[in-house]
Design a protein around this ligand. Structure first.
Ligand SMILES: Nc1ncnc2c1ncn2[C@@H]1O[C@H](COP(=O)(O)OP(=O)(O)OP(=O)(O)O)[C@@H](O)[C@H]1O
Length: 132
């Protein structure tokens, strides 16, 4: 039983090490996390609903997960094909495309969730004639 918990603990520790390594080595990952902090701050500031939080947190998870998998694929490609190979390039491009798709989807959800709040705020404080 003790071995069971020790193994689960180690799995969690290795996963956390992977996340830390991705944050340290990937500028894009740091950018995603910084954006996530900004979006969370905006969520608290505007008082978004529970459903909107679910969408926002889901999108953050999706983008960060895509970036971690992209980093993992890049790392394996660098290991097995350090020299130029069209398939190595294709694998990296495909992995990068996954991040791009996740980021575009997250940006669209962000606009749908936050734009009405931003416009209401603008109308309230600056008297802008804006409606959505
Ligand atoms: N071994 C390779 N063979 C062929 N093309 C490659 C190879 N390595 C990289 N490339 C091409 O160069 C692009 C950039 O690769 P690189 O490893 O620099 O990743 P990156 O996009 O800069 O990732 P990051 O900035 O997240 O580390 C790849 O998307 C691919 O098109």
């Amino acid at each position: 039983m003790r071995t069971y918990f020790k193994k689960r603990y180690n799995s969690f520790k290795f996963a956390f090490q992977g996340l830390v390594s991705a944050v340290r080595s990937e500028p894009h990952m740091r950018l995603h996390l910084l954006s996530a902090v900004g979006v969370a701050a905006a969520g608290f500031a505007f008082g978004i609903t529970k459903t909107e939080w679910c969408l926002v947190v889901g999108c953050i998870g999706l983008v960060v997960t895509a970036e971690v998998l992209n980093t993992a694929i890049e790392t394996v490609v660098n290991l097995v094909s350090p020299e130029f190979h069209p398939l190595a390039g294709r694998a990296k491009d495909l992995a990068a495309a996954a991040v791009l798709i996740a980021a575009i989807a997250a940006a669209i959800v962000g606009l749908i969730v936050f734009l009405p709040y931003v416009l209401s705020f603008a109308e309230l404080y600056f008297g802008a004639e804006t409606t959505v």
